[in-house]
Design a protein around this ligand. Structure first.
Ligand SMILES: [Zn+2]
Length: 314
């Protein structure tokens, strides 16, 4: 059976990775990865299912009769009873304690106005937690710090990676920061995610997935990485537009950015880093010192997360 027939039967869509000669069938947030020449598929990046031989390339991929039926059944199953769920959201206010982050100093009248990143991001994060806890009483809302404490980057991601979740559950990692620039005119909001080309060899625990063949494990890792990229981009996009609709043109939308920052690289889950604005811009620093503005930033991030969660669990 051809992949087109599977698509029309199941309503899935095909994503073809030409460089790796790998295909992924997507239905909602459910993925089934396959590769011509292999006789297994990977469901949601962690479950291996025997589907018999897959032949061809992007132009014409064919599955065995048994394999096609299995794929259609899996797409229906995962879309049905095995509902995916966000079990926990980790909010990570950057810096803290002896690490103030970036500092903005500006003259306001006769006074010196000073603002520190660690305080702004903690304030917004606490507001965000309140909003999320009210909406999601049945999910874990975790803070990496809830006061002026110093944490290493490793402690932050270890905390996220250690959250216990079920088989079809996921954790979201949202790190909150404020920006600085030598250019005092620079201002606006950015949301960062991990560079899609970045490959982490150890996303999956071989024991947990029950695979010891390094070749299979490496393919599983790649698929998991691509899945996480798609989810992180969606989360980043939702948060950015959430903030933009709250604050409007008060702070320019500087868009999505990608970089292998430690926290997004080491958190093995959909993860983003939000830059709330520039403390080095006088107008923006004054805004970031206003609790009402911090509340709208928190509501913007919150709206973005809620939109993402609704889509993820569809
Ligand atoms: Zn920072």
């Amino acid at each position: 059976m051809s992949v087109e027939e599977i698509i029309s039967t199941s309503g899935a869509r095909l994503q073809w990775d030409a460089s790796r000669q790998m295909g992924t069938l997507w239905k909602g947030y459910t993925s089934i990865g396959f590769r011509p020449g292999r006789d297994y598929a990977v469901v949601n990046g962690h479950e291996i299912v025997d589907i018999g031989p897959v032949v061809g390339n992007s132009g014409s991929i064919r599955f065995s009769e048994h394999g096609a039926q299995e794929v259609v059944r899996l797409l229906a199953r995962v879309a049905g009873e095995e509902q995916r769920r966000i079990a926990a959201i980790l909010i990570d206010p950057g810096h803290g304690g002896r690490d103030p982050g970036t500092i903005g100093r500006h003259r306001v009248g006769d006074e010196l106005f000073e603002i520190q990143e660690k305080d702004i991001v903690l304030d917004v994060s606490l507001r965000l937690r309140r909003l999320l806890e009210a909406t999601y009483p049945d999910r874990q809302i975790v803070m990496s710090r809830e006061d002026d404490t110093y944490l290493t980057l490793e402690q932050r991601t270890d905390l996220a990676n250690a959250i216990e979740i079920g088989k079809h559950e996921a954790v979201l990692f949202v790190s909150v920061h404020a920006n600085a620039s030598l250019n005092s005119r620079a201002r606006g909001v950015e949301v960062w995610y991990l560079t899609p080309e970045f490959r982490r060899p150890d996303l999956l625990d071989p024991e947990q997935v029950g695979v010891s063949d390094p070749d299979v494990l490496s393919i599983l890792n790649t698929m998991r990485e691509e899945e996480l990229t798609i989810e992180s981009v969606l989360l980043a996009r939702n948060i950015l537009s959430g903030i933009h609709s709250e604050v409007g043109d008060v702070s320019p939308n500087r868009g999505l950015k990608k970089e292998a920052w430690y926290v997004v690289r080491e958190a093995k889950m959909p993860s983003v880093l939000v830059e709330l604005g520039f403390v080095t811009n006088r107008d923006e620093a004054l805004l970031l010192g206003d609790p009402r503005y911090l509340q709208s930033l928190a509501e913007g991030i919150y709206n973005g997360i809620v939109t993402f969660v609704a889509g993820f669990e569809q």
